[in-house]
Design a protein around this ligand. Structure first.
Ligand SMILES: [Zn+2]
Length: 451
């Protein structure tokens, strides 16, 4: 097979990707099941969902950029619309439909794709310790000082005024807890959950019996509250995911208790040396030489490890927690201070060797580097196509379905999307999208439905 550009073989990628999406993942069927609540619409929700899906896949950066495409035969053919019409609809219609889409019907596209990949044994071997890992983290795609919607969170920020004085202004933003399946081959989006502003948070009952009273929240929701809802749903939907990986925000008893109640394991980065159980572990390790030293020739690193099982000093967690510390020295930079990581480990993850615990915790950067950075710089996810809570969620779901399909396609068909590609991964994906856009421009509009 001929190689072009960045090692991407052959041509006809878009055709193969469409065929792969349809045949392997039933993409046409699932996009066809997307519904909305518009009355007697002239353009069906499935066509608009498919349009937004390909807007994400082909990285069309705005509704302005999408507008001319809605009248082009190749694009109409790609989304499965009739070719004898002048244009599919206006971008206003796309926006209106997104506001009215049933989010569960859109989320089902992503769920179906992951469930099918699992049935096809894509994740069979797992990663370290043959376990499947999901990283959870907070993501803030955009903020605005002017426009807002009922689901916007709000904060006060200090800005410099024209006369150089400092003034406080309100800033509106959306934040989501995101779950990403991580392993050495690829990262796939599993689920997202918005953080709710205070007036949309559920009213809770304080006290018991006749003195009980309903209490409205006085603060916007914290990330852990949304992440807990998210993790429960992830576990309900994808029971085969074994371990959750998080940053230090989650190094607390209530979160570890939630994870344990779900029967999952946890690898949580711990930073605060004064907080239990890290405090106790550091106390025990104080004068001890490393319990284990590992040299990784490929990564050019020497890793010193300390390991302490069965710590029970965290009062808000009924169980034993393992603490691991890894100190990493770069072999080609011996003059540098080593970088040190501490992790809390529970459940099934406790069977990992300490260097594997460290590898899993360090893999959490995928979610920030590969996913969040790529979404913002390459996927136009920071652009607000339509500022409306439901429209945002539906658009993210469709873009994430496109992201997952492209990632799986590249791994399964091109095999060029390994960690071996290092920093080239994002560039390779961009090159692939460019080739697909060329291919679309040359197509006649009739040749996509190969199912
Ligand atoms: Zn908003």
């Amino acid at each position: 097979m001929a190689l072009v550009g960045d090692g991407i073989p052959g041509r006809g990628h878009l055709r193969r990707l469409v065929a792969h999406g349809r045949k392997v993942f039933g993409l046409g069927v699932w996009l066809g099941r997307v519904t909305d609540s518009r009355r007697a619409p002239r353009t069906a929700a499935r066509l608009i969902a498919t349009t937004v899906f390909y807007t994400g896949l082909l990285r069309i950066r705005s509704f302005n950029a999408l507008e001319p495409r809605l009248g082009e035969k190749p694009f109409l053919g790609l989304v499965g619309a009739r070719l004898d019409q002048e244009r599919l609809c206006s971008v206003d219609t796309v926006g209106r439909c997104l506001c009215r889409m049933d989010p569960s019907s859109v989320r089902a596209v992503v769920i179906a794709m992951l469930a099918k990949a699992e049935r096809n044994k894509v994740f069979r071997e797992g990663w370290h310790g043959a376990l499947r890992y999901v990283a959870i983290d907070g993501w803030e795609p955009f903020c605005s000082r002017h426009r807002h919607c009922p689901e916007c969170l709000v904060r006060r920020v200090k800005v410099k005024a024209k006369d150089d004085s400092v003034v406080e202004v309100l800033e509106y933003y959306h934040r989501y807890a995101v779950a990403l399946l991580i392993d050495e081959r690829f990262d796939l989006v599993v689920d997202i959950e918005p953080l709710l502003p205070k007036d949309l948070r559920p009213v809770c009952v304080k006290g018991k019996g006749p003195t009980a009273r309903l209490v409205k929240a006085c603060l916007d929701e914290g990330e852990q509250t949304a992440a807990t809802r998210l993790l429960k749903r992830v576990h309900e939907t994808f029971g085969w995911i074994d371990v959750v990986v998080t940053d230090a925000l989650y190094a607390n008893g209530p979160f570890l208790t939630t994870v344990e109640a779900l029967g999952m394991g946890a690898v949580v980065v711990a930073r605060k040396e004064t907080d239990e159980p890290l405090r106790e572990a550091l106390h025990q390790w104080a004068d001890q030489a490393p319990h284990r030293v590992v040299e990784d020739a490929k990564a050019r690193e020497r890793i010193a490890l300390w390991d302490c099982r069965d710590i029970e000093t965290l009062m808000s967690y009924q169980g034993k927690i393992r603490c691991v510390r890894g100190s990493v020295t770069r072999l080609n930079r011996p003059e540098e201070d080593p970088s040190t990581w501490c992790m809390l480990v529970t459940g099934q993850a406790t069977r990992l060797a300490p260097e594997k615990v460290l590898a899993v915790a360090r893999a959490r950067w995928h979610i920030e580097n590969t996913a969040f950075h790529q979404w913002t710089t390459r996927w136009a996810l920071a652009h607000v196509f339509r500022h409306h809570p439901q429209a945002l969620r539906s658009l993210f779901w469709l873009f994430f379905a496109a992201y997952n399909l492209l990632t799986l396609f590249q791994y399964l068909h091109l095999r060029s999307y390994g960690r071996d590609c290092g920093k080239g991964v994002t560039r390779t994906l961009s090159r692939l999208v460019d080739l697909m856009l060329d291919e679309l421009a040359r197509s006649t509009g009739l040749d996509w439905d190969t199912s």
